[in-house]
Design a protein around this ligand. Sequence first.
Ligand code: PGA
Length: 326
Amino acid sequence: MFHATLHQLKVFEATARHGSFTRAAEELYLTQPTVSIQVKQLTKAVGLPLFEQIGKRLYLTQAGQQLLDTCQRVFEGLEQFEMAIADIKGMKQGQLRIAVITTAKYFVPRLLGPFCQRFPGIDISLKVTNHQNIQERMANNEDDLYIISQTPEQPDLKIHPFLENPLVVIAPKNHPLVGQKNIPIKALSGEQFIMREPGSGTRQAVQSLFDEHDVEVKVRLELGSNEAIKQAIAGGLGISVLSVHTIISEGTTGEFAILDVEQFPIERHWYVASLAGKQLSVVADTFLNYLLEESQPMAQKLLPDIKLATTTAVDEVDPKLVASGK
Ligand code: PGA
């Protein structure tokens, strides 16, 4: 029978995550010798080395990797248990981890405000990044819920669409195409264009539409943030295609105009997703239900000025994409 204390497993997990005794010690407020003694004792209990040291960094052995996977399951189970007990006691309490694509940062924090007021015992960590990084986080099971606008082939997900997320052509207010109707998409050929970074879902959607219509824009600049792109547009560096949510706070009265280009908006939706094999915690399930109920009314309050310019209602989305049961 394998004998290890929960404390040893926590020390091991932190060491594996950081690849370093020193960094694990810092995180856990322990001394470095204490951490290495705990790992030594655990190694003895397992009967096989858990780490290999190459240079300064520690790498997991096969046994170490198996133990790490087991630790993660144990900790997750305990966390779920704590939340379930709090729920039985009539409280919603625990940690909620959400990772969202860059455009959702313009909306999700607005929802989180009233959610946190309603459930003050829930602590939230919100990670904002692009689709490629979200997919990596999914592969490592790092979060409870994800907000995305295109679904990866892997891993298997349960998904629910909840709001439109159209992509529009954004130009500075004084651009010569502003005010023209039904601009042919070909007219964008040769325009100075500002593109999102590789790994961005926005970039992928734009690129495939341009490829489909043989449009070749001059990519003047590649930027890893919607806000930076807006600054570049305002600075006269070119035009871009961004989610309409990125300019909602400015409206179309600010420095930007939405060009009326054929084939636009590119109609997309935000989906809330979780790993298909993962049992949602009480807290994650509470947030999921809140999001599905409150996002439409909240959007109507926040987005009255900008027509989302899409005729696809959320419930008209391909039913294959919609998880059953919710
Ligand atoms: P991205 O996704 O940050 O990966 O470009 C944004 C979106 O699809 O709305």
